[in-house]
Design a binder for this molecule. Structure first.
Ligand SMILES: Cc1c2[nH]c(c1CCC(=O)O)Cc1[nH]c(c(CCC(=O)O)c1C)Cc1[nH]c(c(CCC(=O)O)c1C)Cc1[nH]c(c(C)c1CCC(=O)O)C2
Length: 379
């Protein structure tokens, strides 16, 4: 991987994309690891020689090299400038030898292409400015349209990333699930109780479904565009499943997510799709038939039970508690071994991950221990 660290902050205004010059894709692969595509194979549901891994939010502020950028550029500049997004995606992969590289972007990124304005504010998190809780609001949302025209950085970033990762590791794209995106938009950002989207669901279910449906189509088409641009696996993030009872998941979120997955699989049957419902481990039985290739599991359940709830035939991803990374080296290694064992042993149609994202403040060396341990456990 050839990437660079900024020597001085580039104080570009956030609308200035003139620095968006990605380095040409480099295909100078010095030594080709035989397991370069192990994550892709496992995500397809194949038995592998060991368990591959990547970590949700593996590109993040826990890394000093990442903070060199996050302290100097706003989020949208970082994620919408291909040269920076490429660098931020690769930092952790280079540092730890992860089996997967996920593009540095956000689930909210495509919203601006359908008429929903948003930003990530330092110290506050994501903010959505457009009201989607009214009939007019929902009707005003447009189709995704031409992504290369509306969000040109996306394809550019993925194509450059694929040049860097080819023969080395698997490139992951991702989308937010329709329900989680709708909830983010309705709430206007983070929420304790998702009250506004629930109000819509209970008082005006037809309007709520219309919103979920629009976002389901958008997310599906956006994922297809990512695959056309080089993504080899897609993860669908139902990040706010913890706000949903099993009944509401089944009634509202599941049909919408299934629609997104259906659109992806119809256009790209060979690209594996991983579905992750954060906080949804109490209703894994409802996720058996999402139409995805693999179900990612949060850390509120032990992996052996998750496997049994899902059925042994369902490939799984997850689910080491991200907080374990604040523990000792031995505790971290043990948690990784327990997770591999819980999934039925190394390479048993399992992609190792955390049960949610790497937490801010995680010691950088902890991530290294987790990666090292999973790579040591072979058949
Ligand atoms: C819910 C969600 C969001 N964004 C995302 C999700 C789904 C994953 C999950 O459940 O955590 C997806 C996401 N966001 C980001 C990635 C990058 C790739 C990766 O390393 O996983 C991915 C896959 C970068 C990011 N996206 C964001 C950050 C942190 C802020 C920053 O870097 O400036 C990163 C690294 C902003 C963001 N965007 C969002 C949140 C909650 C935040 C964090 C806010 C904060 O901590 O201040 C919404």
């Amino acid at each position: 991987f050839s990437t660079t660290t900024p020597s001085k902050p580039l104080l570009a205004p956030r609308t200035d994309l003139s620095i968006a010059v990605p380095p040409p894709p480099t295909l100078d692969v010095p030594e080709v690891p035989t397991d370069h595509d192990i994550l892709l194979r496992a995500a397809r549901g194949e038995v592998t020689e060991r368990t591959p891994l990547w970590m949700m939010r593996q590109a993040g502020r826990y890394m000093k090299a990442f903070r060199a950028y996050s302290e100097n550029y706003p989020f949208r500049v970082r994620s919408e400038t291909p040269s920076i997004a490429v660098e931020l995606s690769l930092q952790c992969v280079k540092a730890y030898g992860l089996d997967g590289c996920i593009m540095f972007s956000d689930i909210l990124t495509p919203l601006s292409a359908i008429g929903i304005e948003w930003d990530v504010i330092k110290g506050k998190g994501p903010v959505v400015y457009t009201d989607v809780t009214t009939e007019e609001g929902v009707d005003s949302l447009t189709a995704l349209g031409d992504v290369d025209e509306k969000l040109p950085f996306l394809g550019e970033t993925l194509r450059a990333l694929r040049g860097h990762t080819e023969g080395k590791c698997t490139l992951l794209g991702f989308v937010g699930s329709p329900w989680t995106l709708s909830a983010y938009a309705a709430e206007g950002g983070g929420t304790k109780d998702a009250r506004k989207i629930k109000h819509m669901m209970y008082h005006n279910p037809d309007l709520a479904r219309k919103l979920f449906d629009k976002l389901a189509v958008m997310a599906g088409e956006y994922a297809v565009h990512q695959i056309d641009s080089g993504a080899q696996v897609i993860q669908v993030f139902e990040s706010w499943a913890h706000h949903l009872s099993p009944a509401d998941f089944e009634k509202f979120a599941k049909p919408a997510a299934k629609k997104t997955i259906e659109i992806i699989k119809k256009a790209k049957p060979d690209t594996p799709v991983i579905y992750f419902a954060n906080g949804g481990s109490a209703y894994l039985d409802l996720q058996r038939d999402m139409g995805c290739d693999m179900v990612c599991v949060d850390h509120q359940i032990c992996m052996a039970k998750a496997r049994s709830d899902l059925g042994a035939d369902v490939p799984v991803s997850g689910n080491v508690d991200p907080s374990v990374l604040f523990g000792t080296e031995e505790q971290i290694r043990q948690a990784v071994r327990d997770c591999v064992d819980g999934a039925g042993g190394p390479g048993n149609r399992h992609v190792m991950n955390l049960g949610h994202g790497v937490r801010q403040g995680t010691p950088e060396e902890s991530v290294g221990w987790a990666v090292d341990e999973v790579k040591r456990i072979r058949k």
